[in-house]
Write a protein that binds this ligand. Structure first.
Ligand code: ADP
Ligand code: MG
Length: 478
């Protein structure tokens, strides 16, 4: 079955390859994985929703044609977007000409990655042999190598590394990774799983979202197969349960999980849990479970600081073979502050533009792309906002910048404001002069030169200027 689906997809790829540029092929088609062929329905896994939308917008016709060529007129394409904390999304695509747009209907076909009751009843266990063959359901793109370390994640990351070397053999059992959405819980949990798979051929690793886990239990109850379900889970060496806050209020699921947890823990098996809040703040979860979550280590992920965000973006862009200047990286990361998933969205747009339209990833492109993500960026830098920040920095009232004075710090503040206004806005020398109490353009030129001279001779001053420039750009997003 798997081979068939690979074969069909390979044939589609051959058709596609002839019709798109090598760049586009690499960007948009190579990352696609065929996962299932069921009758006339081919399921392909795409990395994320953006990817799906891009394909639908740009290649829908080509995909349809190739699917129809391979599977006939009744051929259908189903997109599967791997779970990333959010509920699994599967989009279906009819190849019949009628429906151009994908219906966002949930797909009930079994997709690898979803156990169904059948599998639970009949897990891949050879009686008498303790080893089982389980598909770990991991996304192999999530590794430690591409999980950038920063202050925001150091503890959790290192605990994860320790676990991957000795699953079940550290004090971190369970490991609870918690933090806000988009901060890397799923990535880290999966990286641990992938590393264990790499290090220990015979360990059964299983990644499952709490939602899927709950659905499996519901199915098992319906099919009278709860015992099989529990037995299956007890054979896992490293169980990763993602987003356990989802178990909140689900009593029966919690009861069964409690049982599985105890069995695994007693047998020295590793349990890794992620949650959007600290265990003690989980509501609707039984105390006896929460107290067990606290047995091991709870490590939080925090919002990454600027340097970490830049390192993440840089590493992601580099891995796609795209170099980005430091100041462009910095600009993007100033503006996308809280959420790495959002940063990734920006990155994919940049990649799309740079690989498909062959644009350089420069400041102009970065601004354009970010504008789609950060509404407030439409705010332009104004001379007034520059004056405000500079005056604040020099601790002088803003009005003083407009007045005649020889007081040195005010003169410097004024000259610096003019310099930054020239550099960061589109205003002409003449209009900048006017804003500064009706001075003429030659004063502005003189000020810019004076600031440049000072920067060349005084490195501390140069740093101050850089610092202020950053602040001004940052204020765009506040
Ligand atoms: P969560 O599960 O906490 O909502 P994810 O694990 O889905 O967050 O992370 C969101 C995105 O951010 C993922 O694509 C992930 O690869 C990326 N990411 C998060 N933290 C890091 C990091 N430290 N280094 C590299 N990428 C990261
Ligand atoms: Mg997640």
């Amino acid at each position: 079955m798997t081979n068939d689906c690979q074969m069909v997809w390979d044939s589609c790829l051959r058709i596609i390859k002839k019709n798109v540029s090598p760049q586009s092929f690499k960007t948009w088609f190579e990352p696609i994985k065929p996962v299932l062929l069921d009758n006339n329905v081919l399921t392909i896994q795409v990395p994320n929703k953006f990817f799906f939308e891009w394909l639908e917008e740009h290649y829908v016709q080509l995909l349809k044609t190739s699917i129809r060529q391979e599977l006939g007129d009744r051929g259908r394409l189903v997109y599967h977007i791997p779970e990333n904390g959010a509920p699994a999304v599967t989009f279906t695509q009819q190849t019949t000409p009628k429906s151009n747009k994908p219906s966002a209907e949930k797909d009930n076909e079994p997709v690898p990655g979803v156990f169904d009751a059948e599998m639970i009843k009949n897990p891949f266990v050879i009686p008498g042999i303790r080893r089982i063959k389980v598909d770990p359901q991991l996304n192999t793109n999530y590794t430690f190598d591409n999980f950038i370390e920063g202050d925001c994640n150091r503890l959790a990351r290192n605990a994860g590394l320790a676990i991957a070397k000795k699953p079940g053999g550290t004090a971190f059992n369970p490991l609870v990774v918690f933090g806000d959405v988009g901060l890397g819980k799923t990535h880290l949990a999966q990286a641990i799983g992938n590393e264990v798979v790499k290090n220990f051929e015979n360990k059964a690793v299983l990644y499952v979202s709490a939602e899927k886990f709950t659905n499996q239990i519901i199915q098992a109850i319906k099919n009278n197969a709860v015992n099989d379900f529990v037995n299956f889970y007890q054979l896992i060496d490293v169980l990763i349960l993602d987003d356990i806050q989802f178990l909140s209020g689900k009593q029966k699921t919690q009861e069964i999980f409690f049982h599985i947890f105890n069995q695994l823990h007693q047998n020295g098996k590793q349990i890794i849990l992620t949650s959007d809040r600290a265990p003690k703040n989980l509501e609707g979860i039984e105390d006896r479970l929460i107290s067990r979550f606290k047995w091991g280590l709870s490590a939080d992920l925090q919002a990454p600081d600027l340097e970490t965000r830049m390192a993440i973006l840089d590493s992601k862009m580099n891995s796609e073979g795209v170099e980005v200047d430091q100041d462009v990286l910095e600009f993007i990361c100033y503006n996308i502050k809280n959420n790495i998933r959002e940063l990734e969205g920006v990155m994919i747009s940049l990649l799309a533009q740079s690989t498909l339209i062959r644009r350089n990833v420069d400041m102009e492109l970065a601004k354009e792309v970010i504008r789609n993500f950060v509404v407030t960026l439409n705010k332009e830098i104004t001379v007034e906002s520059i004056q405000q920040l500079v005056a604040e920095h020099f601790k002088v009232p803003v009005e003083r910048l407009h007045q005649e004075t020889r007081k040195r710090n005010i003169v410097i503040a004024r000259q610096l404001s003019m310099f930054l206004a020239k550099k960061l806005t589109n205003k002409s020398l003449k209009s900048i002069g006017e804003i500064f109490g009706g001075r003429d353009h030659s004063t502005v030129i003189y000020s810019c030169k004076a600031v440049q001279d000072m920067m060349d001779t005084d490195l501390i001053f140069k740093d101050t200027v850089a610092e202020l420039e950053k602040k001004i750009k940052m204020s765009l997003n506040e």
